[in-house]
Design a protein around this ligand. Structure first.
Ligand code: SAM
Length: 270
């Protein structure tokens, strides 16, 4: 198994715990469907990392809000969830045409427990062996999927695990396949990681899946590849509003960003 796939169970656990809370932030009522021995192992190992879980849930909510806004304005938008993990948005949102890409073991688990055929929106799930299949090729095969032309590619909790070269291939693959796409992703600075995530760092060390893409200036790679920053939302700020366990006082250093692939004026999302 791609070692990064294990991390899909960490984010799943955070959303299951959120859904069980008295006042959930995301309220992903479908997350618990994916409970398994793997997710219980993840709960035993990471369930106590409350601050990290709060950031994961806050990140998901920021992206939920962004997608809800875009879908309200254009219900036919194509949403590509790259490294979808146990994302259930295709089932929870009204509208959108959805594509979920992930490793075969994740896709098979999802198909067994929440079949794509039961989705209220058009949903295609595609297995990708990320370690062997260049992501640019996978994305170019999808270029005919969008009806309205509007495309959003979500890479949530993904870029952190890739090398700089892989990130560059991925974002250029997005702009080549979908010249007018928005890409939504979280980016973390090295300074933020060193300051606030030592406990997570310890926990991931024996998982063979260390965080790799921790640039000094998170948006620089998008700037030099011709992307235009659309908006940026601080994850710890959002988490601090809703959870008492978040220690990070930083406003920036770990944010959800959206960028336009083309340097055109698509209107402000603010
Ligand atoms: C931390 S999980 C995030 C899952 C989901 N997006 C979420 O937020 O819950 C990282 C996901 O990236 C997938 N992945 C692994 N290698 C990848 C690659 N090279 N490109 C894109 N996704 C990858 C993993 O299989 C895993 O599902």
């Amino acid at each position: 198994m791609n070692p990064i796939s294990t991390t899909a169970y960490w984010t799943l656990i955070a959303r299951i715990q959120d859904a069980e809370a008295a006042s959930p932030l995301c309220g992903d009522y479908l997350a618990k469907r994916f409970s398994s021995s793997e997710s219980e192992q993840a709960r035993a190992k990471f369930g106590q990392l409350e601050s990290a879980a709060a950031n994961i849930v806050a990140r998901h909510r920021i992206i939920d809000d962004y997608l809800a806004d875009r879908l309200r304005r254009d219900p036919s938008v194509l949403v590509v969830l790259l490294g979808a993990g146990f994302d259930t948005r295709a089932f929870r949102f009204g509208g959108g045409k959805w594509v979920e890409l992930d490793e075969n073991n994740i896709i098979a688990h999802k198909n067994a427990l929440l079949p794509a055929t039961q989705c209220p929106n058009p949903l295609t799930r595609i297995s990708v062996a990320f370690e062997r299949q260049p992501v640019e090729g996978v994305l170019s095969n999808l270029s005919g999927y969008g009806d309205s032309g509007a495309v959003i590619v979500v890479a949530e909790g993904v870029l952190l695990y890739l090398s700089e070269e892989q990130v560059e291939c991925l974002i250029n693959g997005v702009s080549a396949a979908f010249p007018n796409a928005s890409i939504v992703c979280d980016l973390m600075s090295a300074e933020f990681f060193d300051t606030y995530l030592r406990d997570v760092s310890e926990a991931v060390r024996d998982n063979q899946s260390p965080f790799r893409f921790l640039p000094k200036q998170p948006t620089a790679i998008f700037d030099r590849n011709g992307f235009t920053l659309e908006r940026c939302d601080s994850i710890p700020s959002r988490a601090r509003n809703d959870f008492t366990t978040v220690r990070a006082n930083a406003e920036c250093g770990y944010c959800v960003y959206s960028f336009f692939a083309a340097q055109t004026d698509h209107g402000s999302m603010q």
